[in-house]
Design a protein around this ligand. Structure first.
Ligand SMILES: [Zn+2]
Ligand SMILES: [Zn+2]
Length: 333
């Protein structure tokens, strides 16, 4: 039915009502800007993931080629709100100066937050100075030494947690707050609350007054509280149990799968993990989907199938990240 037909029918219950009129839904997608580790290949830029939540953009690492992928995706360019850096190895940060310069192409009033391990401020400041970068906005750098909440939005937060690599390194989770239950218009009408602003107030968790003066509580017209979504980003680390605790229940878990299983010893020496170990964490953490990333340049596109096979034997819902692949992150309920 055409929604305009509802105009002027405020108290009618004779017509079907739109069930999700005031429900809060936001698009959440992860764009893989680079999937490689160590060095770039012709079709594989270095590790970087852009998370888009409705209009807000968040970047997780920015290896070489980040800007190229971003432009090739042809996203409607607005602005990145925050950049989260795992560690200061070149394959994770050399794309950042380009992103900072690209960000000067649009006007912005809000600052850009850059969050990462010690020395990230020095890296940003030195790049700015030596490269004479033109930056028309404020950059706020926050160095972290331990795990905890590092960024808070209106209805979500980003948490950092320490990893075990050859230098200080952090993993990140972005987690949405739980959402209110589904709004039931017929119950609101039955309680004497006609269509109008009070429906939105009920949906927002506020108590309203019915036509006869009685109070109507939101739980009387809303279904059970629904969960938010969780995105996790973990790369360049030995595998260890606490990672599973941090990423538990993620809807999308982007994790390093640098080597195949027979190179486990070499992975351990370099403080990295295999695709199989990433899958073990995904299984222990009961995530919904695992996307492998940060592949060793030794693997051709064809060889990556071996990494996928080994991971899927342990965690079937594993996928390979590829440059410019998009993973939509859906609500569970
Ligand atoms: Zn790396
Ligand atoms: Zn590294």
């Amino acid at each position: 039915m055409n929604p305009s037909l509802y105009l002027g029918l405020q108290n009618s219950i004779a017509l079907p009502l739109p069930q999700r009129l005031y429900s809060i839904t936001m698009n959440l997608e992860a764009f893989i800007l680079g999937s490689g580790g160590m060095m770039p290949l012709p079709n594989r830029h270095l590790t970087s993931v852009l998370l888009r939540r409705e209009g807000d953009l968040f970047l997780f690492d920015g290896g070489e080629g980040t800007q190229v992928s971003l432009r090739r995706l042809n996203l409607r360019w607005k602005k990145i709100s925050a950049i989260f850096i795992s560690h200061t190895h070149a394959d994770h940060v050399t794309g950042i100066p380009g992103i900072l310069m690209l960000s000067s192409q649009v006007d912005r009033e809000d600052p850009l937050y850059i969050i990462g391990p010690p020395r990230i401020a020095e890296y940003i400041e030195t790049s700015r100075r030596v490269l004479d970068m033109y930056i028309n906005y404020e950059i706020l750098v926050k160095e972290i030494n331990e795990g905890g909440i590092v960024y808070t939005g209106a209805d979500f937060h980003v948490r950092a947690f320490p990893l075990q690599h050859t230098k200080p390194c952090f993993g990140y989770t972005l987690e949405e707050n739980p959402r209110p239950g589904e709004f039931h218009p017929e119950q609101a009408l039955a309680k004497g609350v006609p269509r109008g602003p009070r429906w939105a107030q009920l949906q927002a968790g506020k108590i309203v007054q019915a036509a006869d003066g009685t109070k109507v509580h939101p739980e009387e017209v809303l279904g059970p509280i629904r969960s938010g979504r969780k995105f996790s980003f973990v790369t360049d680390t030995l595998p260890f149990y606490e990672i599973a605790q941090e990423v538990a229940g993620s809807d999308l878990f982007v994790c390093e799968g640098m080597f195949e299983a027979n190179l486990e010893e070499s992975a351990r020496e370099k403080k990295h993990m295999t695709a199989e170990q990433a899958a073990q964490i995904a299984a222990a953490a009961q995530v919904k989907k695992l996307a492998l990333i940060h592949y060793s340049p030794r693997y051709t596109e064809y060889n990556l199938k071996q990494l996928l096979k080994e991971a899927q034997a342990i965690f079937p819902n594993t996928l390979l990240s590829r440059d410019r692949l998009v993973f939509p992150i859906e609500y569970k309920d």
